[in-house]
Design a binder for this molecule. Structure first.
Ligand code: 13P
Length: 252
């Protein structure tokens, strides 16, 4: 068993109005009040961050955002900075989700800048990587992960990355009901950990948490979490319902 604390994170994507988000957060806080030994995070939409932060304060649940912009402030209509997220109560921020890469033009270079901005503001970056179905089928999974990790973390030094969380989310498993098998996920996680070891050394490789994301459900979480290099889950659909997400939190 590693001594990495499991992190179960809910990415609520573009779901829930503010009252809906507050209600789900309230229910979740009650359901997981007795869950020791795990870290729990939910990432609602920006407009719900501040109200949800009031609900989760002094609870087992931490707050995350789904994106940020790397500048501190300025004429960047529609964007939001790391300090603004902190002031809304966030401790975590998801960076480089495949939906942002696919629909909003995020690249390894913009992801790199966003990770730096998060670290500077003391936000925990949840750095998302993962291959598409065609990349896997053409045998390029490892080379894709290699490039995403190297370019996303280029210029960082080990002291910057103490809080780093990586989320391996194979694009073909997101929202499709197709989960990677626990062996497929373990193989990718082990490879990602070896990349971190090569770039930043053994201590960081052993402490960095690598989450799996892609159709995680109460029914498959235990099997995934039994793998030695899977340290948690980044959950989309099954995190929207407090009962289902609390079952994922209580995977043991
Ligand atoms: P699903 O759990 O809905 O497949 O989404 C995974 C995901 O993208 C989490 O960030």
């Amino acid at each position: 068993m590693s001594n990495r604390t499991p992190l179960l994170a809910g990415n609520w994507k573009m779901y829930k109005t503010t009252p809906e988000a507050v209600e789900t957060a309230q229910r979740l806080v009650e359901l997981v009040a007795d869950s020791a030994g795990v870290d729990i995070m939910i990432a609602p939409v920006f407009t719900a961050l501040d109200p949800v932060s009031r609900v989760v304060r002094n609870s087992r649940v931490a707050l995350g955002a789904q994106n940020l912009y790397w500048e501190k402030e300025g004429a960047y209509t529609g964007e939001i900075s790391a300090d603004m997220l902190v002031s809304a109560g966030c401790q975590y921020v998801i960076i480089g989700h495949s939906e942002r890469r696919q629909y909003f033009g995020e690249t390894d270079e913009t992801v790199n800048k966003k990770i730096s901005a998060a670290i500077t503001a003391n936000l925990i970056p949840v750095f998302c990587i993962g291959e598409t179905e065609s990349e896997r089928e053409s045998g390029n999974t490892f080379s894709v992960l290699d490039k995403q990790v190297k370019d996303g973390l280029e210029g960082k030094v080990v002291d910057d990355l103490g809080s780093l969380v990586i989320a391996y989310e194979p694009v073909w498993a997101i929202g499709t009901g197709k989960t990677a098998t626990s062996d497929q996920a373990q193989e990718a996680h082990k490879y990602i950990r070896s990349l971190i070891e090569g770039l930043f050394g053994t201590t960081l490789a052993e402490s960095v948490r690598i989450l799996y994301g892609g159709s995680v459900k109460p029914a498959n979480v235990s099997e995934l979490m039994a793998m030695p290099d899977i340290d948690g889950a980044l959950v989309g659909g099954a995190s929207l319902d407090a009962d289902s997400f609390s079952k994922i939190v209580k995977f043991k």
